[in-house]
Design a protein around this ligand. Structure first.
Ligand code: NCD
Ligand code: ZN
Length: 350
């Protein structure tokens, strides 16, 4: 039995770090487990301009522990008014690594996102020209469409047309939750990749809805039926370069989750690596863990893998994770995978 694995330091290719007190509480947690992360721009107001990204970058740096080498990879929030020249400047300065497309109304703080895709045609053309990736929240934002179908319909109605009119645009279909998404990404040889979250490898829709409603499993895109979860696990553990980790760790305090109209998002940053090691071991694919967490992402983003390493060590007793964290904004529940975790992450320098 393998009980100690050395892997390259992982990266998180989709992370919500928030702002203010929440940022201060959670930034050190991601920084302990990941070398870099793609930072989501859906603050209120959103991170739209290079100037916004620069200021947010500095607030993140200020929230990191002294001496931390964690690198926030910034993104810009695409609006119908986004300026291609400003995006180009932000990319060329090295600050911004991607632009994020939220269909308006699709998820938390997406109201400033895109309604009319014709209005962002110039931005897509410029991004294709300069090689800047587009990260996409791939759900149709239409209340007449069944919530469980929104990803599959988005792929046909929105993603395919964007790709065919911008064949050079490099795209990440984020937090894929369906076998339709997996098959679509697999059908494209290059220029398209997908992130997969930790929680979607572990839960299906029964976890949210059967035997009582469990708000801490509610996230967007919503978890689908079991056959989809199995397709996600197969893709994550396959080693295929087109699939990599984006935790979508998205903290909301308990009062915002445990209410009549609760927010979407699971906070997984703290135990993600332990959960992933468990999943990969179950799938007899521990040898593919580093591809998913540490190699495939840098390959797509055309960055070097990290030079530092981490140990994943299997304990005899379950690792004790706190069920929640206290922040000055309130209590934050940690994602509960529903099974004991034995793998512990032990970062080490070089
Ligand atoms: C995210 C959030 O809370 O910002 N929520 C979520 O359920 N994933 C937004 C998002 O990534 O869709
Ligand atoms: Zn997200």
């Amino acid at each position: 039995m393998t009980d100690k694995l050395e892997i390259r330091m992982p990266d998180d290719w989709h992370l919500h770090l928030r702002d203010g007190a929440m940022l201060n509480a959670i930034a050190p947690i991601s920084a302990a487990h990941f070398a870099r992360a793609i930072i989501m721009p859906n603050l209120v107001p959103p991170v739209v301009t290079s100037d916004d990204a620069h200021q947010y970058y500095q607030r993140i740096q200020a929230a990191l522990p002294r001496g931390s080498t964690f690198q926030p990879l910034m993104t810009l929030y695409l609006t119908e008014e986004s300026d291609p020249d400003d995006i180009t400047a932000a990319a060329q300065s090295g600050l911004v690594k991607a632009v994020k497309l939220y269909p308006a109304g699709a998820t938390t703080n997406s109201q400033s996102g895109v309604r009319d895709f014709d209005k962002v045609r110039g931005v897509f053309e410029r991004m294709a020209e300069i090689g800047l990736p587009l990260c996409i929240h791939g759900e149709i934002a239409d209340n007449t469409t069944d919530i469980f179908d929104r990803e599959a319909i988005f792929i046909d109605k929105v993603l395919e047309p964007i790709r065919s009119s911008n064949p050079q645009l490099r795209i990440v279909l984020e937090h894929v939750t369906t076998s339709n998404g997996i098959e679509y990404v697999k059908s494209v040889e290059s220029g398209l990749a997908a992130t997969l979250t930790t929680h979607h490898l572990v839960i299906n829709r029964n976890h949210i809805l059967a035997g009582g409603i469990r708000p801490h499993y509610y996230c967007l895109p919503i978890a689908k039926r079991e056959s989809h979860r199995l397709a996600l696990r197969a893709a994550a553990t396959s080693g295929d370069k087109r699939f990599f980790l984006g935790t979508d760790s998205a903290p909301h305090v308990d009062t915002a989750k445990e209410t009549a109209c609760g927010c979407a998002g699971c906070f997984t940053a703290l135990n993600t690596m332990s959960i992933l090691a468990h999943v990969f071991e179950e799938e007899r694919a521990l040898d593919k863990l580093a591809s998913f967490t540490s190699l495939n992402g840098p390959h797509f983003y055309q960055l070097q893998p990290n030079s530092s390493h981490m140990f994943m060590v299997k304990q005899n007793q379950p690792v004790e994770f706190p069920p929640c964290i206290q922040t000055s904004e309130g209590t934050l529940t940690v994602f509960d995978p529903g099974f004991p975790l034995f793998w512990q992450a032990e970062p080490m320098q070089n």
